[in-house]
Write a protein that binds this ligand. Structure first.
Ligand code: A3P
Length: 297
């Protein structure tokens, strides 16, 4: 395959340690699920788990599909864990393409979601996080850069700061989307949009299965759809949410929150939204910005 993306840098923060990919041994059928974050990563992990295991309600998906570049637990432990897996691996990343190692052995799925939806989801994740979350991120040895702090009580302030400081206090947003958008024509990359999953989940799941070369048995299909629905995932959130939801006092259901887009419309004015959309177009170009806003046109 020509023009494979090349690793150009490492990323470190309270969350990230991209160096894990340097020591990772790819297998021919690996699947890598990538998003900026808060974009349907867990949903895609669930979809792929259900496709691989033919509609099974008992899968501990969060354990089966670790977030590789999260610096907790340390990479030595995570590398051993995934090396010992005997099923087809489906791993999670939140890195831009040029901070991981891109392999033509693996298939990559990138999910896009409008940044306004991402941040409304992120705010809920951050504002409800408990001390276990802060201690894990800030006190685990190896922290690079500042600690992550409690968010503003005002979601609009949170949004403005995130936009002005490109991803603060997490990681840059625009480069993440831009880098994956550039790979969209590679045969081992598939871009999917959160809005398209919402609009027509059965069709999207069939496309994902075709891309991953997974055959679906007719008798498994209703179970696959049921276990990937929002209602089922919310009611069984401990299985798919990291550490069973220990980072939120109200548990894993906090993470599988509302599952809808557009919640920002009550808070952002038309002028705020236009300003964001203009910035998205400048950062991404029109075609990519249009896709990020709503998926397939
Ligand atoms: P909201 O916070 O907007 O509800 P990620 O896994 O990348 O962190 O994304 C989390 C977002 O995906 C949350 O969005 C969560 O509710 C949503 N999500 C997870 N499973 C879903 C499903 N089956 N249907 C719709 N949304 C889902």
């Amino acid at each position: 395959m020509n023009n494979l993306p090349i690793k150009t840098r490492e990323m470190f923060s309270h969350h990230l340690d991209s160096t894990i990919w340097n020591d990772f041994e790819f297998r021919n059928d690996d699947i890598v699920i990538s998003t900026y974050g808060k974009s349907g990563t867990t949903w895609m992990q669930q979809i792929i788990a259900q496709l691989l295991f033919g509609g099974n309600p008992n899968l501990e998906v969060a354990e089966m599909s670790p977030w590789m570049d999260l610096r907790i637990p340390p990479k030595e432990i995570k590398l051993q864990l995934v090396a010992a897996q005997t099923h087809r691996r489906f791993l999670k990343t939140h890195l831009p393409v040029d901070a991981l190692r891109f392999s033509n052995k693996a298939k990559y799925i990138y999910i896009g979601r409008d940044a306004r939806d991402v941040i409304w989801s992120m705010y809920n994740h951050h504002v409800n996080a408990n001390q276990i979350w802060y201690d894990a991120l800030n006190k685990t040895p190896g922290l690079v850069g500042p600690e992550i702090e409690k968010p503003s009580e005002d979601i609009k302030e949170y949004w403005n700061e995130w936009l002005q400081k490109d991803g603060f206090p997490f990681w840059p947003f625009w480069e993440n989307v831009r880098s994956w958008w550039k790979t969209r024509d590679l045969p081992n990359v598939k871009l999917i949009h959160f809005s398209d999953l919402k609009k027509d989940l059965p069709t999207e799941i069939r496309h994902i299965a075709a891309f991953l070369e997974i055959d679906i048995n007719d008798q498994d299909w209703p179970k696959i759809l049921e276990y990937c629905s929002f209602e089922w995932m919310k009611n069984n959130a401990t299985k798919s949410v990291p550490l069973g939801g220990a980072f939120w006092d109200d548990g894993a259901k906090v993470f599988i929150n509302k599952g809808v887009n557009g919640r920002w419309a009550d808070t952002l004015s038309d002028a705020d939204s236009k300003k964001y959309e203009k910035q998205a177009e400048l950062e991404l170009g029109k075609e990519c910005a249009d896709w990020l806003k709503s998926g397939h046109q």
